[in-house]
Design a protein around this ligand. Structure first.
Ligand code: URP
Ligand code: ZN
Ligand code: ZN
Length: 459
């Protein structure tokens, strides 16, 4: 099968030029002007369009037993939503809890994706305890091609690790050359503050943020950085939400700690007043770290623009209205999570590039290339180059639309970004040379996504 994308504005990190892209056997084989194509080639006219490398979401939850329920998506629904939004690869958090067997969990998470995802995928393996068998199991998982770990400093007694376990995980990761991603909120402080607020009769979703204040996230970020510093491991702070935490990460970076930063879509566009809305509306905006005071948003945008924040992911984690109501009597029982897999690229383009907060280069880097580099996918993914997988997004910057739950493909009954106007969307999305999306519709092959094996690269 051959494909020719003709006359688009091809944008990669560090380059922008009009041209054609020719694809054979799932990979890009030629880039140039006025390329000839053999008879039978599928031709896409990209005149007036931008052509981006397929976008990568480095942080999603699809199969997730969590807070007495399960996240709503399957790989079938999430991957179609991702592709419609221009994301051609996602990295799912594989999250067995402390009482589960890690290896059995890993096999389970893989089985949930294989044959169901329409886009390519990989996993970050969560280490939620460190026992006698952990090193051997993690070695097996890394040998299988999952070359990144995840730890949670939050979610005590469920996903959370203690400092000893964090040390053991980082020390092993250093030996294996594996990067460790981390949710950085101090579990003990969160638990104490939750108890205090509940004892004062403060039970609504507006108390979620005060139970996990910025200082708690900054402390977790600083502690993770100190552990990285003393083990020599490479780390990646997930869903960093506020200025204080960014300062902690950057202070560590400036003294040579190998620390990278991700922020996620909700923190750029929504603030804590959304969770302060009465009733279930507030609950729909509960995630951790929480939506913050609005002044943090400018800090995050600036952080992405300068590269201090490496990537923008989603932390996609859908719970519907009925599930959110599990927390109607107490904010500590509201399932934590806000979905965004379908909307990330369009909202980042609209509120980042179109509003002049991000240049195109940084947009592509933060939403695709940097994640590919950090997580061992580059140059197979994250760029447009001869030899790379033909994951391509032909993007229409003239499209105008409105985000709405009514038209979304994510398996949920609301959208936290409801009503936001978008100024651009993918008109064609290919995965390894196959057109999977055209003009907002999935027209491709379900279950075609491939598990991406990755090599350790952080020695
Ligand atoms: O609220 C969130 N972020 N839910 C998903 C689990 C996690 O902490 O990433
Ligand atoms: Zn988290
Ligand atoms: Zn997450």
């Amino acid at each position: 099968m051959t494909l020719l994308i003709r006359n688009g504005e091809i944008v990669t990190v560090g380059s922008r030029a009009r041209g054609d892209i020719f694809v054979e056997n799932e990979a890009i084989t030629r880039i140039g002007r006025n390329l000839e194509a053999p008879a039978g080639t599928e031709v896409i006219d990209a005149t007036g369009k931008l052509v981006f490398p397929g976008f990568i979401d480095p942080h999603v939850h699809i199969y997730l037993p969590f807070m007495a329920t399960f996240a709503k998506d399957t790989h079938e629904t999430a991957s179609i939503a991702a592709l419609i939004g221009g994301t051609t690869t996602y990295i799912e958090m594989c999250c067995p809890n402390r009482n589960d067997d890690a290896l059995a969990g890993y096999q389970l998470w893989k089985a949930k994706a294989e044959g169901y995802s329409a886009c390519d995928y990989a996993f970050h393996m969560a280490v939620t305890k460190f026992g006698d068998e952990t090193e051997a199991q993690l070695r097996q998982i890394v040998a299988d091609g999952t070359a990144s770990f995840k730890i949670f400093l939050a979610y005590k007694n469920f996903f959370g690790v203690d400092d000893g376990e964090m040390y053991q995980t980082l020390e092993l990761a250093k030996r294996l050359g594996v990067i460790v991603t981390a949710h950085c909120e101090d579990a003990e402080l969160v638990a104490r503050l939750q108890q205090k607020l509940l004892a004062e009769g403060k039970t609504g979703p507006e108390w979620h943020e005060p139970s996990r204040p910025e200082s708690v996230e900054a402390e977790g970020t600083g502690r993770f950085a100190t552990f990285l510093e003393n083990t020599g491991a490479a780390g990646y702070v997930v869903h960093l939400s506020c200025e204080k935490a960014l300062q902690a990460a950057l202070a560590a970076k400036s003294r040579g700690v190998r620390i990278h930063v991700e922020s996620v879509l909700p923190h750029f566009l929504l603030d804590k007043t959304f969770a302060e809305r009465p009733g279930v509306d507030g609950m729909k905006h509960v995630m951790s770290p929480p939506l913050r005071a609005k002044q943090n948003q400018a800090v995050l945008w600036n952080g992405v623009a300068t590269g201090a924040i490496d990537t923008v992911g989603t932390d996609h984690c859908p719970f519907d209205t009925a599930q959110k109501l599990l927390g109607k009597d107490s904010f500590v029982n509201i399932p934590n999570g806000i979905p965004g897999i379908e909307d990330r690229v369009n909202l980042l383009y609209t509120f980042g590039v179109k509003r002049g907060r991000l240049d195109l280069d940084r947009f592509v880097d933060a939403a695709s290339t940097r994640a590919a580099k950090l997580f061992g996918l580059f140059p197979r993914k994250g760029t447009i180059a001869v030899g790379s997988d033909a994951d391509l997004v032909v993007y229409d910057p003239e499209y105008r639309g409105v985000i709405s739950a009514k038209s979304q493909h994510v398996n949920n009954d609301y959208n936290a970004f409801e009503g936001l106007q978008i100024e651009g969307r993918p008109s064609v999305v290919t995965v390894r040379g196959k057109v999977q999306v055209r003009d907002g519709k999935f027209i491709g092959e379900r279950g075609r996504g491939r598990f991406l094996k990755r090599e350790p690269s952080h020695f």
